[in-house]
Design a protein around this ligand. Structure first.
Ligand SMILES: [Zn+2]
Length: 491
């Protein structure tokens, strides 16, 4: 099963260097270069911005809870199931426009937050169809205000001034974007749903938290005679009614995730679709409990099909999480709309979410030695918590290389093998419990990337030294003996 795992593990890594998809160690090094590329302002204060903006949107929910005095008035017993908490509020960064199942789309105005990882407009265009888009308001890049046109002083991305409003058809990785600014038009290069947002970095950069330092809303008005791409809440789902959707596409909206799919796929998996979204939400909630906060400031995380990634990856972390077509349309043990079924392989879904949770506050340099290791801490925790260890082959094999490494393995083997490193990390779980990781990520939340050392001898031994110190703090005792037992280099 290693072959399948490594395909999954390529995920975030492969996108930076398609040619080296199988070499996790090589890819990891490229990440530093990729992240260093954005203009100078991006990295400064990233972690602080994340914390400042990470406050959960609970105020509205609290206002809606029943009056605390109510039990005195003879209200039903608080233990009654009817007195449960209200459903979670929508996150203010989510864009969930309500559109009819059939067009024409007409004219709609949406509030688009700069931090939103691509706001759905609810519009679906066929190739050659167009939409006109206007925008007003100001949003923020770090401490700088920008209008809808952005600011050329921030640089350009894919031909558009950074900080500006752009539109795209579909969410293919690093696909073309159309510069909109205060007013513009998008002509669809292919059939697909239309998304808008501030352009501030690459799609890869967004996976690393580049949107955490963006703020403010624009009012964006979209006009088109195209069809619609409806968003349907899974708790309101009536599969039979979806046949009325003219475009044949739909986004299923859970509490924490969105699955962009087709009506045909929902109809095929009508028996399992609700449980599937429930499982994906449960994965998100389990990982949030371990991490202490949600990624992308609590936005829902969207899963989309992207056939352009298959030459270098099976899935690609970020928001959206990009998936090979088989994950939408493939076998019964693969399909995302069967994620709740015991035999469906959910390792990849949990792993990709593990990437974005592990980067939740924008701090990622602690993963410099192999970015594919830490996400699987989340994966294993999810499989145990949800009782899904059966039929997930990696859970049985990830420590298979342990004895050979302990006997006489060389360090490059350890550095390149995410499962061997996972086996090492899981020794800390065994010694200190899952609380160890909660404590560790509490430390990460207080540590900006700039404070994490790289370099050393062998390469990046200094980063292992940082982890040794952070792990010791999380464990409440010196964990150097575990590092030494595993022969992990320290500065
Ligand atoms: Zn990965």
């Amino acid at each position: 099963m290693r072959t399948l795992c490594l395909m999954l593990l390529v995920a975030l890594a492969g996108c930076d260097d398609a040619g080296d998809a199988g070499d996790a160690g090589e890819i990891t090094l490229d990440f530093g270069r990729a992240d260093a590329a954005p203009d100078g302002g991006v990295d400064a204060g990233r972690a602080d911005a994340a914390r400042a903006d990470a406050a959960p949107p609970d105020a509205a929910a609290d206002a809606d809870t029943p009056d605390a005095d109510a039990p005195d008035e003879g209200a039903p017993d608080a233990a009654s199931p009817d007195m449960g908490p209200p459903p979670p509020p929508d996150h203010p960064l989510d864009a969930l426009p309500e559109v009819p199942f059939a067009g024409p789309y007409g004219t709609r105005t949406l509030a688009v937050h700069a931090g939103t990882n691509w706001a759905a407009t609810g519009l679906y265009l066929r190739a050659g169809q167009s939409a006109s888009i206007t925008a007003e308001g100001r949003w923020q890049v770090g401490r700088s205000f920008v209008g809808p046109a952005g600011n050329p002083a921030l640089g350009q991305e894919r031909g558009c001034d950074k900080g500006g409003l752009v539109a795209r058809v579909g969410l293919r990785f690093e696909d073309a974007i159309t510069c909109i600014g205060a007013a513009g038009e998008i002509v669809a290069p292919r059939d697909g749903a239309v998304y808008v947002g501030m352009i501030a970095s690459t799609d890869l950069g967004e996976a690393y938290g580049d949107r955490l330092q963006l703020d403010g809303y624009l009012d964006v008005t979209v006009t088109s005679d195209g069809a619609t791409a409806p968003l349907v809440r899974v708790r309101d789902l009536d599969v039979g009614a979806l046949a009325a959707i003219e475009s044949g596409v739909v986004e299923l909206v859970g509490d924490h995730v969105i699955v962009a799919t087709t009506v045909a796929e929902v109809e095929r998996d009508a028996e399992t679709v609700v449980a599937a979204l429930g499982t994906l939400d449960a994965i998100w909630e389990t990982e949030e409990a371990l991490r202490g906060q949600g990624p992308f400031r609590g936005q829902r995380v969207r899963f989309v099909e992207d056939e352009t990634i298959v030459e270098f990856a099976y899935m690609l972390a970020g928001n959206p999480i990009r998936c090979a077509p088989d994950l939408l349309h493939g076998g019964p043990d693969q399909r995302i709309l069967r994620a709740g079924e015991p035999r469906t392989d959910i390792w990849g879904f949990a792993h990709e979410l593990g990437h974005v949770f592990s980067f939740a506050n924008g701090t990622w340099v602690f993963q410099y030695n192999n970015v594919e290791v830490f996400p699987n801490i989340f994966t294993i925790n999810v499989l145990q918590t949800l009782g899904r260890e059966a039929f997930q082959p990696n859970i049985e094999t990830y420590c298979d290389g342990r004895a050979a490494w302990m006997a006489d393995g060389d360090y490059p083997t350890f550095k390149a093998d995410p499962f061997l490193q996972l086996c090492f990390l899981m020794d800390f779980t065994a010694a200190y419990g899952w609380e160890f990781w909660q404590a560790f990520y509490g430390i990460i939340d207080e540590t900006p990337n700039e404070q994490i050392p790289v370099g050393g001898n062998p390469e990046h031994a200094n980063t292992w030294g940082f982890l040794r110190d952070a792990f010791s703090q999380a464990a409440g005792e010196d964990v150097t003996p575990i590092f030494e037992a595993w022969r992990v280099p320290l500065p």
